[in-house]
Design a protein around this ligand. Structure first.
Ligand code: FES
Length: 245
């Protein structure tokens, strides 16, 4: 069997998008294709294998640009639900679920959809909580449940098992999702696109000077190519802030 026979396109099949108007309709226009970038271990520089991911851990990688952080999470459960979502402007799109052997791996832009709080080496106010977490939901009620992405800046809460939809707080749209591809033959993950409301232009404009210092380069808006390092949030930042309602 040819190697491509093993490739599993997880969130959205861009080849299919090109070929199938029906699939294009299901994913909507908020699909932004970038390069096919391999996720590699930050220590070994080898492709990250599915079995090496710890369930519930918050991992970080940069995509689609060299300075835009993303979360990768193995939720530890199959996530096959397709979710219809919309951006702040009302543009509709469909998130196609988890990736990997158990359809349990998801990825999102780690830039909060409210005021763009994001992980940095000095501090991260936004992270994934695998355990029970209390938060104030969209009905302004206290709710407790596991498996949420929580931004402590103004307490926006997102559901990574439902495409990053907003569960509570001031965020006006879901987190943008990252389209992943899992190659079963290679046992390797690739990032290929974003789905949903991107905020990258505002992000570059708002944080330009700090990002230049942090990344040691002026071309912070260069598109990532080839490979991107995956590492644990706790190894990336000195201070992962935890908060609850
Ligand atoms: S920046 Fe995340 S809630 Fe305001």
């Amino acid at each position: 069997m040819k190697r491509r026979g093993f490739v599993k396109l997880c969130a959205t099949a861009v080849a299919g998008v090109t070929a199938s108007p029906q699939l294009l309709a299901s994913t909507g226009q908020e699909y932004h294709r970038y390069g096919r970038v391999a996720l590699i271990d930050s220590h070994t520089r080898e492709p990250v294998k599915a079995a090496a991911l710890d369930v519930g851990e918050t991992y970080i990688f940069h995509y689609p640009f060299v300075s835009t952080p993303c979360f990768l999470i193995d939720l530890g459960k199959s996530v096959k639900a397709k979710v219809n979502l919309q951006t702040r402007e009302g543009k509709r799109y469909r998130w196609q679920g988890g990736c990997g052997p158990g359809s349990s791996v998801v990825a999102f832009s780690a830039i909060c959809a409210h005021k763009m709080s994001h992980p940095a080496p000095s501090v991260s106010f936004i992270n994934y909580r695998h355990g029970e977490t209390r938060f104030r939901n969209s009905n302004d009620e206290i709710e407790q449940r596991p498996g949420v992405i929580y931004c402590c800046s103004e307490k926006s809460v997102y559901d990574p098992a439902f495409g990053g939809r907003v569960l509570g707080g001031p965020a006006p749209q879901p987190l943008a999702a990252i389209d992943l591809e899992f190659d079963e033959g290679e046992d390797a993950f690739y990032a290929t696109a974003t789905i949903g409301g991107e905020m990258f232009e505002r992000y570059f404009a708002s944080f330009h000077d700090r990002l230049v210092l942090q990344h040691g380069r002026t071309d912070i808006d260069s598109v990532m190519s080839g490979s991107t390092e995956l590492l644990r949030l706790r190894d990336y930042t000195q201070n992962a802030v935890n908060c609850q309602a």
